[in-house]
Design a binder for this molecule. Sequence first.
Ligand code: ZN
Ligand code: ZN
Length: 199
Amino acid sequence: MGVDGTAGREVCGREFRHAMSTSDLPPEFFYYPDAVAEGRVQRSEAACTACGRRRGWISEAILYTASQLNDPVVCPWCIADGTAVSRFGGTFNEIDDPIEPDVATEVIERTPNFETWQDWSWPTHCGQPAIYRGQPTGSELRADPAVLAAFVDLLAEEVDWTQDHAFLAQFIDGLGSGQTAYRFECPVCAQPVMRWDCD
Ligand SMILES: [Zn+2]
Ligand SMILES: [Zn+2]
């Protein structure tokens, strides 16, 4: 599903379409630029639980609240401007290191989360949250030596089998089926920052 430039309405059994203005497009998230491409923000006629409006887009992001609100369905605008969190409390993300509060808040309260197997917090680099760039496959990792090196370095900190090259190769080939790599990029120095988890 993508931005197709039109929005349909059914009226008297017929579908009317009108051209979308740019204000119909969902807001962009600096730290999660592919939220629409990855389907975490998607087309939907559902009403937003926070603002009550049907703006054509809904986020699948989970708002973690103490009150365990039932299936909050919020629009990306209410995530981006902080309405969802100020209305219901809670957070969308945790962050790794203490960093400048305004920047941390943008990730914690105003950026949709993405699906992970385990709970872990958003990485930082150069005192900034890293930009989330998706889940590379084994061949995508191998195609980018800096990303591959960052991933192997990360693994080496956590497991003791990275010297077993056959097993390491198998592990990388199997990314996406049980074990998943997550690629981030520092907005300051552009260095790749990796995370991984498994089911
Ligand atoms: Zn809303
Ligand atoms: Zn950096």
